[in-house]
Design a protein around this ligand. Structure first.
Ligand SMILES: C[S@@+](CC[C@H](N)C(=O)[O-])C[C@H]1O[C@@H](n2cnc3c(N)ncnc32)[C@H](O)[C@@H]1O
Length: 147
């Protein structure tokens, strides 16, 4: 597993499906880092509630997602649509459909707040030109603190 190789023997690496309840007790962690994963989950609200449940009070989550405006500019429709989209990713001369959820940033922020988080920091880089014209991995991130 790539993560085990990168982290070495000092770290325990477990695999989990974030579309299912986490098999951890309440208040087990100080920090959650969720990099560019949340927009693939069928129920982002449930995942955020699970993150909040397993964090200790005053624990933190650092979450990044695809750039919601770039996705809207690429896909069209209303920015406020909550819709499952498909991108085509190319690798080794083959094309693979990648499904993800496009939703306004306010949906994710509301879901985090409803789960019990306080959003402490927020960062959004400007849109690289390639993202507006069809590039595929713009980033947007926010830090949330468990209340
Ligand atoms: C764009 S990659 C990001 C990988 C890495 N975090 C990074 O920043 O480079 C998206 C990741 O989301 C993971 N993913 C998608 N659906 C998932 C799910 N239901 N549960 C857990 N991970 C999921 C995929 O396995 C993939 O590793």
């Amino acid at each position: 597993m790539v993560a085990s190789r990168r982290l070495g023997p000092g770290a325990t690496v477990l695999q989990a499906d974030l579309d299912r309840p986490l098999e951890f007790a309440d208040c087990e962690f100080d920090l959650i880092v969720c990099a560019l994963v949340i927009h693939y989950l069928s129920d982002r609200r449930r995942a955020l509630r699970e993150f909040h449940r397993v964090l200790r009070p005053r624990g933190r989550a650092v979450i990044s997602t695809q750039h919601t405006t770039a996705d809207w500019l690429r896909k069209g429709g209303s920015y406020f649509d909550v819709v499952e989209e498909t991108d085509e990713w190319e690798r080794g001369g083959q094309s693979y459909p990648m499904r993800f959820w496009r939703e306004p940033l306010t949906e994710l922020c509301d879901a985090a707040a409803d789960a019990g988080f306080v959003i402490e920091g927020f960062s959004s880089r400007s849109l690289p030109r390639r993202c507006v014209s069809g590039g595929r991995r713009p980033g947007r991130s926010s830090d949330a603190k468990r209340a």
